[in-house]
Design a protein around this ligand. Sequence first.
Ligand SMILES: N[C@@H](CCC(=O)N[C@@H](CS)C(=O)NCC(=O)O)C(=O)O
Length: 224
Amino acid sequence: MSSRKVVELFYDVVSPYSWLGFEVMCRYRNLWNIDLKLRPAFLGGVMQGSGNKPPGFVFNKMHYMIHDLRRLAEYFDVPLQQPSDPEEVMFNKGSLAAMRFVAAVQQKGGDKKTEKVSRELWRRIWSEDKDITEPASLSEAAVKAGLTDGEIKEVLEMCTSKEIKEKLKSCTEEALKLGAFGFPMMVCHVDGKPEMFFGSDRFELMAHCIGEKWLGPNPDKAKL
Ligand SMILES: N[C@@H](CCC(=O)N[C@@H](CS)C(=O)NCC(=O)O)C(=O)O
C-alpha cells in the first residue's frame, strides 16, 4: 500500500460550508488512505488577511446561500438550519472565542475531542440557533462532546492565554500562506507538494488528485 497522504482541513465553526466539508472528511477518513489533520483557524482573520469579504456581504449571494444551504443539508445529510438572524451570528457575534476554545481543546485533548467539540459548536450555531460566544455556551457544547467539568474549566482558562491566542493566529497565518481566502480549505500533501482546494464542492476533484474514489457525500449509504 502506498504511503498515507496527509490532508489538512482548515475550518471555522462560523462557516456552514465548513461543517459540510468537515463531516465529509470525517466520513472518508477511514475509507481513503489519508491522515486527516484538523486545523481549526479563524475565518475573520483569513478574510482580512486575503482582502476577501464574506459572501453574505452581497445581497444576492446571501439570498442564494440561504437557499443553497437548505438543499445541501439534505444532500450532505447534515442537520444544517439557518439561524434566525444569520448576519448577527456571522458578522456581529463572530467566532473568535469559539475558535480559541477549539484551539485550546486541541492543545489539551487532541483531535478526537476537537472533532466532537467542533461538531457540537456547529450544531449550536447552525442547527439549534444557539449562542457560541459565552463561556456557558462553550461549556454546554463541551459537556455534550464528553469533556469532564475539570477539563472544561482548564480549557476555558487556556482560552485567554497567550499560547492559545498564538496557536489560533499561527494556524490562520499558515492557512493564508497556503493560499486561503475562505473556508473550508483542504490541503493535500501529494509528493511533498501542497495542493489546495477551497469549498465543500471540490471533493470529486480532490479525490482524483490524490488517487482515491469519490462515492458522494455519504459513502456508507452509497455502498448499500
Ligand atoms: N462553493 C463553496 C462555498 C464555500 C463558502 O462560501 N465559504 C464561505 C464561508 S461559509 C467563504 O469563506 N467564502 C469565501 C468566498 O466565497 O470567497 C462550497 O460549496 O463549499
